[in-house]
Design a protein around this ligand. Structure first.
Ligand SMILES: Cc1cc2nc3c(=O)[nH]c(=O)nc-3n(C[C@H](O)[C@H](O)[C@H](O)COP(=O)(O)OP(=O)(O)OC[C@H]3O[C@@H](n4cnc5c(N)ncnc54)[C@H](O)[C@@H]3O)c2cc1C
Length: 339
C-alpha cells in the first residue's frame, strides 16, 4: 500500500510505495531531499520522523541508539509503513539548491601543510551561479565512473569554489590533483550535496573539526561572520600535531576580531611549549563542556573521530536534534566498488 510522506508543516508531501525507500520516493516526486552515498553509510539523509512508522531495510552503523530513540532514520534505508510526517526545516537563509552536474576549471593549488592542498576551481559564469549552503559538499565525477567527495571550504561566491584536499600516499584522486592535473584543466562535479549546514538556532554552538574536517566548519564560520550571526561559537580543531592545524592563524584571527568566537586547538603529539589541549578532540570537548544540554554541536572529519564525538556529546546531554555531522568516509567505503 502506498503511503503519504509529509514534509513537516510545509504542506508538501509525496507518495511512497512499500518497496521504495523514502529517499527514492521523494527524489522521484521531485523533492530536493538531502542525501549523499544513498547506501546507508554517510548519514547525509538522516532525518527525524515526527509521526508515523518506517522500517529500515538493514541495520546501519551511522545512527546511535540515542538518535534512533529520538526518532531519527536514514531516508535512503527507510520504507514507509504508515503515513509519515518528517521533521522538516527549510534551511536558514538561502534555500537548499538542487544538485546538478557542473564543469569547473583548475584555477589555483597551494600547499597549506605537508599533506593538505588548497584547491580553487573556477566555475562557468552564467545566469544561475552555483549556490550551496556553507557546510555542504560536492562529488567529483571521475572518467572511470568513480566519485570523490570534498566539502566546500568557503561560502558561495559568483565563480570560484575552495576545497581542502588531504593527499594520502595511495589516494588516487588526491595524488592526481596534486601531481598530474595540468593548470586550467577541466573537471566535473555534482553538487551541492549533504545536509550539513548551520541551523537557525540561538543556542551556543560547538564546531568540532578533525583534520580537513575543518573545511566545512570554515565555510560555516566565515558565512556566519558575513551575516553578523552573533551566536557564541567555540571551534575545536583536532590533529595529530600542531603543523597539521593548517589554518590555525586564520582561526586565531577570527577570535581576535569576534568576541563571540572561541578556539581550542587539540593535538595528540605536542611540543613542550604547547598551550592548546593535549589528546583527542572529543575528550577536550567533554573537559570544557561536561554538560551539553542547551548547546548545538557540529562535527566533521574522520569517521572514528565523528563517532567518538557523537557518543560523548550525547552522553553529556546534547539533544540529538542539535547534533549535526559529516563523516569523511573514504570513497571505497561510501561507494563500495568505486574505482
Ligand atoms: C561528505 C564527505 C566530505 C568529505 N570532505 C572531504 C574534504 O573536504 N577534504 C578531504 O580531504 N576529504 C574529504 N572527504 C574524504 C574523501 O572524500 C575520501 O578520503 C576520498 O576517498 C579521497 O579520495 P582519494 O582518491 O584521494 O583517495 P582514495 O583513493 O579514495 O583512498 C583514500 C584512502 O583509502 C585507502 N583505500 C583506497 N581503497 C581502499 C580499499 N579498497 N580498502 C582499504 N583502503 C583503501 C587509500 O589507501 C587511502 O588511504 C569527504 C568525504 C565525505 C563522505
Amino acid at each position: 500500500m502506498t503511503h503519504h510522506v509529509h514534509l513537516g508543516d510545509s504542506g508538501q508531501y509525496f507518495a511512497a510505495a512499500p518497496d521504495q525507500t523514502l529517499l527514492d520516493a521523494g527524489l522521484q516526486a521531485g523533492i530536493a531531499l538531502p542525501y549523499g552515498c544513498a547506501s546507508g553509510t554517510c548519514g547525509a539523509c538522516r532525518c527525524r520522523i515526527r509521526s508515523g512508522s518506517a522500517v529500515e531495510a538493514r541495520p546501519n552503523r551511522v545512527l546511535s541508539d540515542a538518535e534512533r530513540a529520538a526518532g531519527y532514520a536514514l531516508l535512503c534505508q527507510a520504507h514507509a509503513y504508515s503515513d509519515i510526517v518528517l521533521e522538516w526545516q527549510a534551511p536558514a537563509g538561502t534555500p537548499a539548491a538542487r544538485p546538478a552536474i557542473w564543469p569547473c576549471r583548475l584555477q589555483e593549488r597551494r600547499w597549506l601543510s605537508s599533506d593538505v592542498l588548497e584547491v580553487r576551481l573556477k566555475l562557468p559564469r552564467g545566469d544561475a551561479p552555483f549556490r550551496f549552503l556553507p557546510g555542504q559538499y560536492v562529488d567529483f565525477l571521475l572518467d572511470d565512473g568513480g566519485r570523490r567527495s570534498f566539502s566546500l571550504a568557503a561560502p558561495p561566491t559568483d565563480d570560484t569554489i575552495e576545497l581542502h584536499i588531504k593527499i594520502t600516499p595511495h589516494g588516487r584522486f588526491g595524488r592526481y590533483i596534486a601531481e598530474q592535473l595540468p593548470d586550467r584543466a577541466m573537471l566535473r562535479f555534482e553538487g551541492p550535496l549533504g545536509a550539513f549546514h548551520l541551523h537557525e538556532a540561538e543556542r551556543p554552538t560547538l564546531l568540532v573539526a578533525g583534520g580537513t574536517g575543518f573545511a566545512p566548519i570554515k565555510a560555516m564560520v566565515e558565512d556566519a561572520i558575513q551575516r553578523a550571526d552573533q551566536r557564541p561559537m567555540h571551534v575545536f580543531w583536532g590533529a595529530r600535531q600542531p603543523e597539521d592545524l593548517y589554518l590555525d592563524a586564520l582561526v586565531r584571527e577570527w577570535t581576535a576580531h569576534h568576541a563571540h568566537i572561541r578556539y581550542t586547538p587539540v593535538c595528540e603529539s605536542v611540543p613542550e611549549d604547547w598551550t592548546g589541549a593535549h589528546g583527542r578532540v572529543h575528550d577536550a570537548v567533554s573537559a570544557h563542556y561536561p554538560d551539553l544540554r542547551g548547546h548545538a554541536l557540529y562535527a566533521s572529519g574522520p569517521p572514528a573521530m565523528v563517532a567518538s564525538i557523537k557518543a560523548s556529546a550525547l552522553q553529556s546531554g546534547l539533544h540529538p536534534d542539535h547534533l549535526h555531522y559529516d563523516s569523511f568516509d573514504d570513497a571505497h567505503v561510501t561507494w563500495p566498488g568505486t574505482p
